[in-house]
Design a binder for this molecule. Structure first.
Ligand code: ADP
Ligand code: MG
Length: 282
C-alpha cells in the first residue's frame, strides 16, 4: 500500500498500564496499516487489548513503545491531539457515558462548538448528522428518555458532526437489543459506503463477516489478520483462542464432518441455505 492510501499506521506499538500493583502489558508489537476507506473488524477475547488499541488510535492513550499515526499525524505530538481526535472519532460501548447534554441537539453540537465553528455551520452539521442517523425528529428530546439504540445513534451523530475520516466503534452494540444492534450496524455500513474508514470492535462474530478485513487480537498481539473468509477458515486456531465462529461457519463445518459436500468459505446463513437447498434438489 502506498502511503497516501493508509490512514492509520501503528508500528511495533506497545502499551502498558501502570497501576499500584505494577504494570499490565496490554499491547505488544502491534504493527498495522489500515487503508483509507476500508472496513476493518476486530475481535478477541475480553482483555485481549482491543479497547487499548482503539484508544491508542484516537490518542486517548499514547504508546509506551513504538508509534501510531493517523492521517500522517503522530499521536505523540501534543500539538496534533485535537486534530487526531477529530479525524478519528470514537463510539463506545455504553451510550450513557458519551452523552453530555440534557437535549439531543446540544449533545451533537458539543463537538462542533469546541471546534469553534460559526453558528450557522454548527446548525447545519447538527441537522445533517441527526438526519443521517434518523434522529432529527427527536432533536429536542432529553437523551435519557431514548432507547439504548437511539442513544447510540445520537453518540454517532456527535462523531459525524466532527466530519471525521475514521470512526472507531468499540463494541457499540454490546448493550443493545437486536433491533438497536441492527440499526447501529446499518449506520456503520452506510458510513463506510460514504467513504469513512470504519474500525468495528465487536464480540458478535456475525457482525464481522462483511468486513473487508478481520483482525484477531490475543493477549495484546495481532493473532490473525486477513479477509473474514481467510480468518474463519482457520477454525481450529480460532477455537484454541477461545473464540466462537459465525453460525454459518459452525454449521457448514459440522455438515462437512458428516459428509455433506458444503464448500469452504461460506460465512452467511443465506448462502448456506442456498447451498443446502441445491443439494436437497439433486
Ligand atoms: P479488551 O478491550 O480486548 O477487552 P482492554 O484493552 O480493555 O481489552 O484490556 C487489555 C488489558 O489491559 C487487560 O489485561 C486489562 O485488564 C488491562 N487494562 C485495561 N484497562 C486498564 C486500566 N485502566 N488499568 C489497568 N489495566 C487495564
Ligand atoms: Mg474493550
Amino acid at each position: 500500500m502506498t502511503d497516501d492510501r493508509i490512514i492509520i499506521k501503528t508500528e511495533d506499538l506497545g502499551f502498558d498500564y501502570a497501576s499500584d500493583d505494577g504494570e499490565t502489558c496490554a499491547l505488544t508489537g502491534v504493527s498495522l496499516r489500515i487503508a483509507r476507506g476500508s472496513f476493518t473488524a476486530v475481535i478477541g477475547r475480553n482483555g485481549s487489548g482491543k479497547s487499548t488499541l482503539a484508544k491508542n488510535i484516537n490518542a486517548l492513550l499514547v504508546p509506551t513503545s513504538g508509534w501510531v499515526t493517523v492521517g500522517g499525524f503522530d499521536t505523540q505530538d501534543e500539538d496534533s491531539i485535537w486534530e487526531i481526535r477529530r479525524l478519528a472519532g470514537m463510539v463506545f460501548q455504553n451510550p450513557d457515558n458519551q452523552l453530555v447534554s440534557a437535549v439531543v441537539e446540544d449533545d451533537v453540537a458539543f463537538g462542533p462548538e469546541n471546534l469553534g465553528l460559526p453558528r450557522e455551520e454548527i446548525r447545519a452539521r447538527v441537522k445533517s448528522s441527526l438526519e443521517s442517523v434518523d434522529m432529527y425528529e427527536q432533536r429536542k428530546m432529553a437523551p435519557h428518555l431514548l432507547s439504548g439504540g437511539q442513544k447510540q445513534r445520537i453518540a454517532i451523530a456527535g462523531v459525524i458532526a466532527m466530519r471525521p475520516d475514521v470512526i472507531i466503534f468499540d463494541e457499540p452494540t454490546a448493550m443493545l437489543d437486536p433491533e438497536g444492534r441492527g440499526e447501529v450496524l446499518d449506520i456503520a455500513g452506510r458510513l463506510h459506503r460514504e467513504g469513512i474508514t470504519v474500525l468495528l470492535i465487536t464480540h458478535f462474530m456475525e457482525e464481522t463477516v462483511d468486513a473487508d478485513r478481520l483482525i484477531i487480537m490475543d493477549q495484546g498481539r495481532v493473532a490473525m489478520d486477513g479477509t473474514p473468509a481467510e480468518v474463519f477458515a482457520r477454525t481450529k486456531e480460532l477455537r484454541a483462542l477461545g473464540l466462537r465462529l459465525p453460525f454459518a461457519v459452525e454449521l457448514a463445518e459440522g455438515l462437512r464432518e458428516r459428509g455433506v459436500p458444503v464448500p469452504e468459505g461460506l460465512l452467511h446463513e443465506e448462502e448456506l441455505a442456498e447451498v443446502l437447498a441445491c443439494l436437497h434438489q439433486k
